[in-house]
Each structure stands twice: as C-alpha cells, then as structure tokens.
Design a protein around this ligand. Structure first.
Ligand code: NAP
Ligand code: F7E
Length: 329
C-alpha cells in the first residue's frame, strides 16, 4: 500500500486530495497544527480512514518526526497562509509559513528519505502583474502581494532542491480553484454564501471590493487529481493547472444571483476598504503541457462551479440555527 503525507489536510484542497488518494488505495496521513478548538470540519467524514499527525510548518523538528513516523512515498505540501489580503497584514508570518515552510519540509525529506516524491502547491499569484497572456510554465513571475512573493520563494526552492539533490520534487502552478469547501473569505464563497443568505432573508446586501478583477477559476476536485498525476511521472517537472478561461467578479456575481432568481444590482455594495494595496487584475492559464504530458483536463465548467457552490450554501442554510448564521456572516 502506498503512503501519502499531506500538510494542509484541514484546508479545501487537503480534504479533496485525501478523498482522492483514499480512492486510489493510499494510506493517507495528514498533518494538523495544535488549536484550542478542532478545525476538522472538512475532513470529519474521512476521520476513520485517515491518520492525523501533529505538526507545524514553522517547526522543523515536528516535520522530521512526522516523516520518520509515517514513512510516506509521497508528500503533498499544501499548508500555507493562503489568503492574499492577510499577507499584507502578516507579511513576515506569511513569508515564514508559505515561503520558508517549503524549505523546512524539503530539509526534513532530505534528512529522512531522499526517495520521497514531493509536491509543492505553487500559485498563479506568482505571475501577478502578468508579462504575457496566457501564462505558462516559462512566463516570468511578477508577484503583487507578500503571499505571491512567498510562493515564488517556495517555487524556486522546490526547483533548487530538485536540481541540487536530485529530489523528485514538482511544483504545481495552480490557478484559482474553488468548491463548496472554499474558505468563506475568498470571493467565490463570499458570493455564494452571500447570495444564499439574501435569498433566505438573512441579509440584504453583499459588500465586495471590486467587480472588475478577472480570474481563471476551476473546481478544486479536478485540480487535486493533477497534483497526484505530477508525482506519477517518470521525471519530476513543473506544470500550470488552469481552465484557460477568464471570468470577472461581475460575471461570478451575475451567475450566482441568477441561480436563485435575484437581481444582483439591488444587493451588491462596493466597499473601498476591501480593495488591495496592489491588485492582480487578470489571470488566464495555459495548461497545454499538463494536458499533453499528464493527460489532465478540467471537467467542471465555471457556471457548473458557481451553481454547485450556491446550491450547497442554500442547503447549508436551510438546516442552520440563527447563532451559526451570525458566525458565518
Ligand atoms: P486553505 O483552505 O487556506 O488551507 C490551508 C491549510 O494550511 C490549512 O489546512 C491550514 O491549517 C494549513 N496551515 C496554515 N498554516 C500552517 C502552518 N503553520 N503549519 C501547518 N499547516 C498550516 O488553502 P487551499 O485553498 O486548500 O490551498 C492549498 C494550497 O494551495 C495552499 O498552499 C495555497 O496557498 C495553494 N494554492 C491555492 C489555490 C486556490 O485557488 N485554492 C491556488 C493556488 C495555490 P488550519 O486549518 O489549521 O488553518
Ligand atoms: O480574490 C477580488 C480580489 O480572495 C479573487 C487564493 O486561493 O487564488 C486565491 O487568491 C479576486 C481578487 O482569491 C472581493 O481583489 C473583489 O482580484 O478569492 P480571492 P485570490 O486573491 O485570487 C490564488 C491562486 C491563491 O494562490 C490564493 O491562495 O476577487 N475581490 N471583491 C474580492 N476578493 C475577496 N476575497 N473579497 C472581496 O470582497
């Protein structure tokens, strides 16, 4: 039985990846960090099938111990401070976790077993102020946030350890991917939950920073398959994973409100305090290399994704009490 170790298993991608690897017959270990209240909502349904190990990307010794204990064939490094606006508020912490945390994980692998295959969760935020469109593996990086800068470090240290120590280390440059399990602060989930709350009469307005930003949005369930495919190749390499389609926040809003027969113009309020110090205005990825070499392609369309998220949030709200709603809003 092959064994996989996932950092960030409590996050959106970690939960989908754990499900996917279990379906492939893997023994799955996940790293969780200590917290005063459990944050296992996304993986509660997997609790019996996976094993959780305590550790933190900030703590090198915990990573070494976790790798020694679990003896994985594959390590998926999904843990990060992943919310872009928070990276201005906590720029140093973001650098320490999202950037240097990658080196800590790689050093642990180097110390314990150099045959482990390693996946690094790199990001389209590295392209930032884009130098060409669409963006591919060879496109120059120009990050526009401390998060993007930290991810560039994580990407290059992965490439460097591959070249320096001959590690099987891959960097997946993933464009935005969403799901009903997406964190509530990211724009897609903010919109799907906001729409559901308005439809249920629990809110009337939804505040957004801007409607003009454009992203290449896919479904997280499709994207975790690409992570696994990268580690099954003969040689380690880096891949862009994207749909190749760009949509604006406005289009996202239109589709989401239409799903529940509401007019978005009546409910959306623009709030300047949500604007970022520096914005990534438009992203569109070119996944030709992944399509050709990995045989990967996205299955869920943008409309399908938005509808799936709105439907899921409507279902969640139907069975929820008022105190919980206050927590969500
Ligand atoms: P997410 O939902 O925010 O999950 C982040 C995970 O990292 C959580 O499990 C979190 O644990 C964990 N974490 C944070 N700090 C940690 C630390 N110091 N030590 C150990 N674990 C820590 O993120 P996601 O959307 O699943 O994304 C997964 C990865 O892909 C991230 O690296 C993200 O930057 C990257 N990425 C995401 C996208 C996207 O569109 N989703 C695109 C490109 C790249 P807690 O639950 O304890 O907070
Ligand atoms: O913003 C605009 C915002 O926060 C998308 C992370 O997973 O993907 C994600 O980063 C766009 C931006 O995601 C609001 O300004 C407008 O242009 O959903 P987001 P992100 O910043 O693209 C990348 C690939 C990652 O790697 C990251 O980890 O939407 N926007 N109004 C808003 N965004 C938010 N959050 N809230 C608003 O009110």
């Amino acid at each position: 039985m092959r064994k996989a170790f996932i950092t960030g298993i409590t996050g959106q991608d970690g939960s989908y990846l754990a499900e996917f690897l279990l379906s492939k017959g893997y023994k799955v270990y996940g790293m969780i960090r200590r917290s005063s209240v459990p944050k296992l909502d996304r993986i509660l349904h997997l609790e019996k099938d996976i094993e959780l190990i305590s550790g933190d990307l900030m703590d090198e010794s915990s990573l070494i111990k976790a790798i020694e204990l679990t003896k994985p064939d594959e390590v998926y490094n999904l843990a990060a401070q992943s919310f872009v606006p928070a990276s201005w508020e906590q720029s140093i912490l973001t650098g320490k976790i999202t950037g240097l945390g990658v080196t800590r994980m790689l050093e642990a692998i180097l110390m314990v077993n150099r045959n482990i295959r390693f996946y690094q969760a790199s990001s389209s935020e590295m392209f930032g102020n884009v130098h060409e469109t669409p963006q591919k593996e060879t496109t120059v990086f120009y990050p526009r946030s401390p998060y993007g800068v930290a991810k560039v470090y994580g990407h290059w240290i992965t490439v460097n350890f591959r070249e320096s120590y001959n590690l099987f280390a891959c960097s997946g440059i993933l464009f935005n991917h969403e799901s009903p399990r997406r964190g509530l602060e990211f724009v897609t989930r903010k919109v799907s939950m906001g729409v559901a709350m308005i439809k249920m009469g629990m809110a009337d307005k939804l505040k957004l920073g801007n409607l003009d930003a454009k992203r290449d949005w896919g479904f997280a369930g499709d994207y975790v398959e690409a992570m696994w495919m990268m580690l099954q190749q003969k040689k380690p390499d880096d891949f862009v994973i994207a749909t190749g389609e760009t949509r604006s926040v406005k289009e996202l809003v239109e589709i989401a409100f239409k799903r529940v027969d509401l007019k978005w113009e009546k409910h959306i309020v623009l709030d300047k305090s949500l604007l970022r110090p520096a914005e990534v205005h438009e992203l569109r990825g070119d996944s030709s290399k992944a399509i050709k070499q990995l045989g990967w392609k996205p299955k869920v369309t943008f409309e399908g994704l938005v509808n799936m998220m709105v439907d899921s949030d409507m279902d969640k709200l139907k069975g929820i009490d008022k105190d919980k709603i206050r927590e969500l809003s």
